[in-house]
Design a protein around this ligand. Structure first.
Ligand SMILES: [Ca+2]
Length: 187
C-alpha cells in the first residue's frame, strides 16, 4: 500500500467513525401514548393503530391495514421534523406481517420521506424500494429503508411516513412496523 492509499484509508476510517449518527425521531419504538393512541409525536390516518401485538422491541408497534373501499387507499403514521437543506437523510423501519393476518393480493407496505418548504409545498419525496407484500415471509421482521436522499434547497420540514397501500382488490391483512429511524447521513 502506498502512502496515498494509506492516507485515503485513514480518511475513510475517520469518516465512518465520525458518522455514528443518532436517530432524529422521537418515540421511534411507539412506546409512548396519548388519548388518540399514538404519542403526540405522530399523526395517524386511515386504519393505523398502536398495538401490543408482535412488537419488534418494547411492548408496542404500529399496526396498519386498508379501509376496504374498493379503491386505492392508504393508512399510515407520520412524524415531522425540521429539515436541513443539503443534508442527506436515511430512513429505516422494521416491518412484518403475521401468518394469521397476512397481506393478501396487491396490498403492500413501505416507508416514505417527504420534504416541504415554509409554505407547505412538497418539494421532493422518496419511497423505499423494498416493500412488505403478500410474498414477504411471514412472522419475521425485515427492514424497509431509503439509503439516502438529499434535502432540497428551501426544505424546511421533513416528514417520515409509514404506509400501507391497499388497491382496488381490497387485499386484506395487516402490516406491523416498529423502530423507525431517521439519520442525517452526510452533507
Ligand atoms: Ca416498539
Amino acid at each position: 500500500m502506498n502512502r496515498f492509499a494509506f492516507a485515503l484509508c485513514l480518511f475513510f476510517v475517520a469518516a465512518l467513525s465520525g458518522s455514528a449518527a443518532e436517530n432524529i425521531l422521537t418515540d421511534s419504538s411507539f412506546e409512548g401514548s396519548s388519548e388518540s393512541g399514538f404519542s403526540t409525536s405522530y399523526i395517524a390516518f386511515g386504519n393505523a393503530f398502536r398495538e401490543g401485538n408482535t412488537p419488534h422491541t418494547g411492548e408496542f408497534a404500529a399496526k396498519l391495514f386498508g379501509n376496504f373501499s374498493g379503491a386505492m387507499n392508504w393508512s399510515g403514521v407520520s412524524q415531522d421534523v425540521p429539515a436541513d437543506p443539503g443534508a442527506i437523510y436515511a430512513v429505516q423501519v422494521m416491518a412484518r406481517h403475521n401468518s394469521n393476518d397476512a397481506l393478501q393480493g396487491e396490498t403492500c407496505a413501505f416507508i416514505k420521506i417527504e420534504f416541504y418548504n415554509d409554505a407547505g409545498e412538497q418539494l421532493a419525496t422518496a419511497e423505499s424500494k423494498s416493500r412488505l407484500t403478500s410474498d414477504s415471509k411471514a412472522d419475521m421482521y425485515q427492514p424497509l429503508k431509503i439509503a439516502g436522499i438529499r434535502a432540497p434547497e428551501g426544505a424546511a420540514k421533513l416528514r417520515v411516513v409509514l404506509l400501507l397501500e391497499q388497491h382496488e382488490d381490497n387485499g386484506s391483512g395487516a402490516a406491523y412496523m416498529d423502530d423507525v429511524e431517521l439519520i442525517k447521513a452526510a452533507r
